[in-house]
Design a protein around this ligand. Sequence first.
Ligand code: SF4
Ligand code: SF4
Length: 461
Amino acid sequence: MKSIAVAPSHLTSILVQEEDKLLACIHCGLCLEACPTYVVTGDENDGPRGRLYLMRAVGEGRLPNDSHAFERHIDRCLGCRACEQVCPAGVEYGQLLEAARGELFSSATHRGFRYNVLRFALKYIWLQPARLRFVFAVARLMRDSGLAALLVKSGLARILSRRLEFGLALLQSSSPENGRQSNSGGKRSPGISPLSGVSNDVASPTKVCATTNAAMLFSGCVGAGLFARVNKATVRVLEVNGIDSIVPSEQVCCGALHAHAGDLAGARALARKNIKAFSVKEGLPIITNAGGCGAMLASYGHLLSADETFAAAARTFSDRIRDVSQQLKLLGSKAGSSIATEPVTYDASCHLLYGQHAGEAPLEMLAGISKLNFARLEGSERCCGGAGIYNLLEPDLSREVLAEKLANIRASGAKVLATGNPGCQMQIGAGAFLAGIELRTCHPVELLDESYARAGLYNQD
Ligand code: SF4
Ligand code: SF4
């Protein structure tokens, strides 16, 4: 392998390690039209080929790793990995992006207020489970008391800052009631049914048919903090299909936020904890219901490849990761009853589609719902602009990417949108909320859970 000459003063070790992957790009440009940021800006540097060029320039020491161009265009990447799918040379862009962000994280100490806040939160909150639980408890209080929605609807949040307004709309859209109350009134949307006839307490689960197998559930930090209902629905649906869920109490955040921000040391620390937490039942699959978490967990093998103690365990761990839709597809899941008359559509999470390669599995889960009024969504495979906390770090570009998604949702006529990642659910829900579009966002497993309840598959005795 030809080695790249790098001045010792440059912190280019992370990108140099990925040299072979960088050199694989043949500059054909086939990835450009697949890239949402290139399509919006038309700037080559906001496309995969331009970003790879910048990475290579830094790796070869021709560009300092704290240069404005490198920082700006790497920051503006959504990390959606749509470019990987169309690349004839098989460039592993996701891993290169992770290396580039690691480079930035290790080189740039003064990247502005919002990045300093992010660094602080990643280090002092996300790595500390008790503090993280407290933050989510406060967030739930703001959401469930109606304060978040009130601040947005009153216009006060917008006066203070548009970023704050969007942040509160994201929080509001994580509510189980999102889209069920019209944006201007308090009337429940017709045809969209609240979950009924099901206990929402996993500690005392609804009795269902006897199960024969088991799996481990990755609950996720945002999942446990804001989407506990999705985890509970996942447990119930798996149970109906013969799978008992084991939820390790020692599990922590998957580390996706750290990896996306370039804090690879933080991501590795969390990965080691999760590998230990899930090692108690080695042979069992690990089920996720969040595309972002699933893709991150599936990448532990690469993340810890240089860790002599954990490399082998990380590869085994990654091989065990399955989205709930993939597990149900393997099982050949049971069908449920009809639940709604209004059009339901599906938007693919990029990380579920491109990171976990779930393909049609989530759609097959929805197909298990009898007489579902399904509306096709144009561009469902394109990123919604959420991308972790990209929507708060790069709000303008995120909004432009989201605008196309909202236009397509309007055109579909859907009143319910299912998607397999909490970040996408919140991004699209927040966009719809602020645009006055009546739309309930949810996880496909919630709809299947509702249809199972309607079918009487849950015994309340
Ligand atoms: S990951 Fe997405 S946003 Fe980034 S370069 Fe690839 S297609 Fe574009
Ligand atoms: S499609 Fe692949 S080889 Fe072609 S320019 Fe994009 S990254 Fe490079």
